[in-house]
Design a binder for this molecule. Structure first.
Ligand code: 13P
Ligand code: SF4
Length: 322
């Protein structure tokens, strides 16, 4: 079996040969997050919003997406003329799988005229039914921007409740929610976070919007902390005077934080996203080797054109929002 270094070198070589770039999410294993300019494989590393924006400006003919399927699909929706390859189609997402386009049509029939905000963690046929998309970074601002007293937010129940807490207090607006859950973030119960807070009483708590709503209240009590997106968490640590943090998010974000802030200490209950972890150096290498061969179709993202065009509308509205 090839060593990590050999695989990294071959991937770097193949990217050049096959005119490909690699986009990598913050939840990837550390070896997939090292930037090309630092001797690694990633041309861009980011959260889901950052990766969507980056996907729009890629010049290479091929995008290899080190992330999960809904992310690669979003890149393809934005770049129909490019080939988008996903190293493993097993890389799903419990949120994206919790809802279909037909489910959204039923909701719209039940609540006529109520705007639909779809989290980016959905598949194209779900996005195709939405008015606007959002990621964890812009969800609060997008939800606030709508007039009217009701809004359908889907599919993340906990994130919806967390947004509701803020929005109801500000505007009285009511969110109509779906029952999707992130199988990683739902495990950050208030009991788990409170136990760690007892053990590390000086630490600030960092939690993603997708954790249960009662966890958020407990997390922010006392020494404080942040509830937000992956990049909100990264920024908060950089700006905080505190040295020690408890992370309530995907395990490998802990490695990213340690790399960025070596002087700070992170307590990380290690819960990995099984979908994100389908992507490895070996599979990324295989996807690159396949470009221009018969095997390419095993990695290629394809979307039916009518669905793609419909799903593009709410994504572009989101990108224009900023
Ligand atoms: P971000 O939008 O923060 O990158 O989150 C992606 C994700 O999958 C969260 O679980
Ligand atoms: Fe989906 Fe949760 Fe994994 Fe993110 S961490 S890809 S929301 S299952």
């Amino acid at each position: 079996e090839a060593s990590v270094q050999q695989m990294v070198e071959e991937i770097r070589e193949l990217k050049r040969e096959k005119n490909a770039v690699i986009l990598s999410h913050f939840y990837m294993a550390p070896e997939l997050q090292v930037k090309h300019t630092d001797g690694g494989i990633a041309d861009f590393v980011g959260d889901s919003l950052g990766l969507s924006v980056a996907a729009k400006s890629v010049e290479a003919a091929n995008i290899v997406f080190c992330g999960v399927r809904f992310m690669a699909e979003t890149a393809k929706i934005l770049n129909p003329g490019k080939q988008v390859l996903l190293p493993s189609f097993e890389a799903g997402c419990s949120l994206a799988e919790s809802i279909t386009g037909a489910d959204v049509r039923k909701l719209k029939a039940q609540y006529p005229g109520v705007p639909v905000v779809a989290y980016i963690n959905t598949y194209a046929e779900t996005k195709a039914e939405a008015d606007i998309c959002c990621t964890s970074r812009n969800a609060l601002d997008i939800a606030r921007s709508f007039e009217g007293d009701r809004l359908i937010f889907l599919p993340d129940l906990f994130m919806g409740r967390n947004l509701q807490t803020r929005i109801k207090a500000e505007t009285g607006k009511e969110l109509i929610l779906w029952e999707g859950k992130c199988e990683v973030h739902e495990q950050f119960t208030s009991q788990r976070i409170n136990g760690l807070k007892m053990m590390y009483p000086e630490a600030q708590v960092l939690v993603h919007w997708e954790v249960p709503d009662n966890t958020v209240a407990d997390a922010l009590t006392g020494t404080g902390g942040v509830v937000g997106s992956t990049s909100d968490i990264i920024r908060f640590v950089g700006e905080s005077q505190t040295r020690q943090f408890i992370l309530g998010s995907e395990c490998d974000l802990g490695a990213t934080l340690r790399g960025l802030y070596p002087e700070k200490e992170f307590v990380v209950p290690c819960i990995k996203c099984p979908h994100m972890k389908q992507i490895s150096l070996q599979r990324t290498l295989e996807a690159l080797r396949a470009i221009g061969t018969e095997a390419e179709r095993n990695f290629e993202m394809t979307i039916e054109e009518e669905i793609r065009r419909k799903a593009l509308v709410p994504i572009e509205r989101m990108l224009a929002f900023a």
